[in-house]
Design a protein around this ligand. Structure first.
Ligand SMILES: Nc1ncnc2c1ncn2[C@@H]1O[C@H](COP(=O)(O)OP(=O)(O)OP(=O)(O)O)[C@@H](O)[C@H]1O
Length: 276
């Protein structure tokens, strides 16, 4: 496993030390030591069941675990809940959100950590919600209820809710689920703009081509961290190919990295497995 060091003088946005987690009595994360540098976009990738979502939930403080997790140099447990909610925004996988709620109100939920108990939203809250809805092209649906939207439209509203928090650190689990190619490209542009402004973005992605657009890649397999390194590093590419059983290959194409499937020869499908 390669180490990736945060720039000197700035605490990592998130740090895990000796993290372990169990689900259903089974260990699903083991011995995770990880420092995610601030002001960069890191993608977490790996095969199904590798522990990616579990890691993200642990980093967000949403799952009990052993070991330590720090947000901006301070243990998660030491942050007052409301302040932590201002610092760290979360977009979960297949999130349930009230289908009867208006889109506007769903996105306004992202402003809760900024408001005093029972206080009405102020002008800044309204501005943040409008900006988030416009940036995900969800503004036109603001009066509709969430339950009336398609899967991709709904995902854009939930992304808007995470953006409305305006947190320095954003964690997103499969943010591209249901998004069509133009809106995947818009998501990419949004993430790049956030990182340019100094935000930290951590995304669990199945789309390896998209993950290869990030600054850094964390590779997981079997509940363990296999690699953490810059996206352009050949070691990162080799590790990715390895954890996916060499069923994908990474190539340079017009100044970008792309992942292409490695398709077995036709013979291996047509052969009768019981012939031998
Ligand atoms: N509630 C649960 N109880 C028991 N085991 C669970 C539970 N949820 C997840 N797991 C197991 O934990 C392991 C890690 O799951 P996790 O969702 O973190 O993987 P992942 O890498 O995000 O997978 P995927 O790519 O399929 O989304 C898997 O083996 C999964 O079967």
């Amino acid at each position: 496993m390669s180490a990736h060091l945060a720039p000197p003088g700035r605490a990592p946005a998130l740090r895990a030390r000796g993290v372990q987690a169990q689900l259903g009595g089974r260990p699903v994360l083991q011995a995770i030591d990880l420092a995610l540098p601030a002001g960069r976009w890191t993608s977490v990738v790996g095969p199904n069941g590798a522990g990616k979502s579990t890691l993200l939930r642990v980093l967000a403080g949403l799952l009990p675990h052993q070991g330590e997790v720090e947000l901006q140099g301070r243990l998660l447990a030491d942050w007052p809940a409301r302040v932590r909610g201002q610092q760290l925004a979360w977009l979960g996988q297949s999130e349930q959100a009230g289908d009867d709620l208006r889109v506007w109100d769903v996105v306004m939920l992202g402003r809760l950590p900024h408001r005093a108990w029972l206080a009405a939203p102020d002008a800044r809250d309204h501005a943040a919600v409008e900006q988030a809805l416009r940036s995900t092209q969800a503004w036109d649906w603001r009066e509709r209820s969430l339950g009336q939207l398609s899967g991709g439209e709904r995902q854009r509203v939930l992304l808007a809710r995470a953006l409305a928090v305006q947190a320095p650190v954003l964690l997103m689990d499969e943010p591209l689920a249901n998004l069509d190619p133009p809106h995947q490209a818009d998501w990419l542009a949004t993430v790049r703009a956030l990182v340019r402004q100094g935000h930290t973005v951590v995304s669990v992605l199945h789309e390896i081509g998209m993950a290869l657009q990030s600054d850094d890649v964390v590779v997981m397999a079997d509940g363990r961290l296999r690699h953490h390194g810059p996206t352009h590093d050949p070691t990162t590419h080799r590790c990715l190919e390895q954890v996916f059983d060499h069923r994908l290959a990474i190539h340079a194409l017009q100044g970008q990295w792309v992942a292409l499937p490695v398709i077995p020869p036709f013979d291996s499908f047509s052969r009768d497995p019981h012939a031998d």
